[in-house]
Design a protein around this ligand. Sequence first.
Ligand code: PMP
Length: 444
Amino acid sequence: MSEFPVAQERKVVTSIPGPKSQALHARRLEAVSAGAGAALPIYIEAAHGAIVVDADGNQLIDLGSGIGVTTIGHTNPAVVAAVQDQVAKLTHTLFTLTPYENYVEVCEFLNKYTPGNFKKKSVLFNSGAEAVENAVKIARKATRKNGIVVFDHAYHGRTNLTFSMNFKAAPYGNGFGPTAASIQHVPMSYPYRDPQGMTGEEAAQRAINYIEKRVGVEDLAAIVIEPIQGEGGFIVPAPGFLRTLSQWARANGVVVVADEVQSGVARTGKWFASEWEEGFEPDLFTIAKGIAGGMPISAVTGRAEIMDASHPGGLGGTFGGNPVAAAAAVAVLKQIEAGGVIERAAAIELVIRERLEAMKAKYPVIGDIRGHGAMMAIEFIEPGTLNPNKAAVDALVKHCHSNGVLILNAGTYYNVIRFLPPLAISDALLNDAMDVLEAGLAAL
Ligand code: PMP
């Protein structure tokens, strides 16, 4: 296969969505549950690098990576080769019945590259939510306690337990039955919206006060936190917040779970986003999305003694750590280990940040620019206020989509645009996408 079987260029040849996508969408509306949303109903036929190709032949620059999944790039050649090789050899046994090597290899990689200088072990699943569910089970089993603390603006999934852990009941939990018990939501550090000058330590103390009053440490099993919040709008807590929380947790026998489903695996210019905060020492990590170039696989990795507290048979599932998905994960992890991938995420930040700062200086609807590496966001406000400006985001997203740039919104108030490009994107494509965005801003 040549390096780029799909030309790395933006090309809009029909209206978006075009006629073929519209016909497919009509079929979908007949066949698919209304519960599965449709942010941009263009039907994708192929993708490579940072370009997706729809049924009408439009080529869009992908600034979302399917929400942070194809971090290594679409149809990354090493991933494609590993999957093709594996699928012809072995597709399934069920690891907990008759095991196979690449499951173990994925665990070895994750044990080695998650932060924390202690003995670690891992277990594999299929989705981010499943990893979070299991991290909670593991923490409860190890501590023999029930309470789980989560944070305002958090997102952890759509299963019954994880929708109960999300900040937004609407749309994830509403109407879907009773929420899970023993979950307590506490205030996050949100530097842009916290009182001016509030330090990370102060924000952590605010959260700790809530925890001590609302839960009490006697029954607190774990704190689950995204080191950079994803769906909440790429909120980067103030320095000191994560460290202070984890020190308090350590002193009180509480397990700290870093939900790195969106932020992990080279995305932020480090192996894991937790590394951005010195002194932050999570016990467990939940990992998914970017780990396998688009194949479904997830993991819980962490302190061996916590991971081993679960009895045999307590963790697992039919498809968890499937050999084909594991082969893809090994192919991704080897490329990160070889070097250049993490550096590319850092270089992407420089390009995006420079462009966004210039836009911020010109357009007062931009209130905040934040993030690390290839996980950057802008928060939109009504100029001169902190009022969220969802209308601006909606208009910009529409403009970008119509002009061949696939862009994602985010944020509790839907007033954030987030950038999660595949790391295979070139500077030229990034700048082209930023030109489109800027033209949209000028037209607001
Ligand atoms: N945790 C975080 C931080 C996430 O961003 C997501 C997905 N957006 C999940 C958990 C859930 O992952 P999945 O959709 O694979 O279940």
